[in-house]
Design a binder for this molecule. Structure first.
Ligand SMILES: [Zn+2]
Length: 369
């Protein structure tokens, strides 16, 4: 048992001695009781405790307990910014990346119309998987909207002041995501203006984007795609939306780097894809479809990241023990980093927590081989 582990058991005892499970749970952490660890952890395992557990009195999970038992080298993709918790990670020399996303609020935790993506129907955009989420910030910001640019930069600078080694942009497709939902893009005044500036001679469409927007109602989009002119318009508009996202992220990154030179930029590049938007980032952390959990596919997916000089970390959206074990096994054998299958996305709002004892058993087995 090393010093590091003993110290975490110590923290755990302190935490268990305070009243359990209330909303202000993190307020009870007293980092000043902890001596700074000088031990540098050398292993290939990363934890992504997306939220700090326990989140409430019914939550059976504990982030601190998990860290103490699993001894990760790093904490990635986290959505909390409690200074007490982060101070604890700093004391233990656990680097961490802080997450932000297109739902970055603009007004007291809410996402309001003047900052957001407007669909061709006039509705505010919500990601399909978030439609049933009961949250006050479901709407995505528009990358061409100067107001949203300011909000997103301010959030990044604030997070950087909390000393993460990296910023993690979740759902970095922003406006370009609408193409996947067959919604073309954002039709706010900023996007239309930007499109018209670029395509001054673009067929009939530049004359009246508003009437085209009306034509592209949900029922008519199939019909619209059959029309040659509209098809041309749609693909140009989608292309322009993607270019706008790349430009937005590059400018944002440059602004952050002016003040925080060393911070890295990470994103969730689903299935290890590297499109022009994801390429703006230094590395990816993503869900990988279980069909790719075989040596041939993993070799080729990791090789793509290597060739682009990007870091890559995967989790699998599955509660299947054998599949999770296969990825851990492949990574151990190939000296790749692994994300512990604990607090990972599986579907909707469900998350998977492999029992810690099972993870330790797998690690023990892998060490033997
Ligand atoms: Zn827009």
């Amino acid at each position: 048992m090393d010093d590091f582990f003993l110290k975490f058991i110590f923290i755990l005892l302190i935490l268990l001695s305070v009243p359990y499970g209330c909303k202000s749970y993190t307020k009870n952490i007293n980092a000043s009781n902890i001596k700074k660890s000088k031990k540098i952890i050398k292993n290939n395992y990363v934890l992504s405790s997306r939220f700090f557990h326990p989140r409430n009195s019914k939550d059976p999970h504990s982030t601190i307990n998990t860290i103490a038992k699993l001894n990760p080298k790093r904490i990635d993709w986290i959505y909390y910014s409690s200074k007490k918790v982060l101070k604890l990670y700093q004391h233990y020399k656990l680097p961490y990346s802080l997450a932000l996303n297109p739902q970055t609020p603009d007004s007291l935790g809410y996402t309001t119309r003047p900052f957001r993506i407007i669909e061709f129907t006039g509705d505010l955009y919500k990601a399909p998987w978030m439609k049933k989420w009961k949250i006050k910030n479901p709407h995505w910001g528009c990358v061409n909207n100067p107001k949203f640019n300011k909000v997103f930069l301010a959030k990044a600078l604030y997070l950087c002041s909390l000393k993460p080694y990296a910023l993690f942009v979740d759902d970095a497709l922003f406006n370009a995501r609408l193409k996947l939902d067959k919604k073309i893009g954002c039709f706010c005044k900023h996007c239309k203006l930007s499109f018209n500036k670029k395509y001054k001679t673009f067929s009939v469409f530049e004359k009246n984007l508003d009437s085209i927007k009306l034509m592209l109602s949900k029922e008519q989009i199939k019909y619209a795609k059959k029309s040659k002119h509209l098809r041309g318009f749609i693909s140009k508009y989608e292309e322009h939306q993607e270019e706008s996202v790349v430009l937005f992220l590059e400018r944002w990154k440059a602004e952050v780097k002016k003040k925080y030179h060393k911070v890295r930029f990470l994103t969730n590049n689903y299935n290890g894809k590297w499109n022009p938007i994801y390429k703006v980032f230094d590395g990816g952390i993503a869900e990988l479809d279980e069909k790719y959990i075989n040596v041939k596919d993993l070799d080729s997916i990791y090789a793509i990241a290597d060739s682009l000089n990007k870091s890559q970390l995967f989790s699998i959206a599955s509660s299947n023990y054998e599949i999770q074990k296969s990825l851990l096994k492949y990574n151990a054998k190939n000296n790749r980093e692994s994300l512990y299958p604990w607090d990972i996305f599986i579907s909707g709002k469900k998350r998977y927590y492999m029992p810690i004892d099972s993870i330790l058993k797998i690690k023990k087995e892998l060490k033997k081989n």
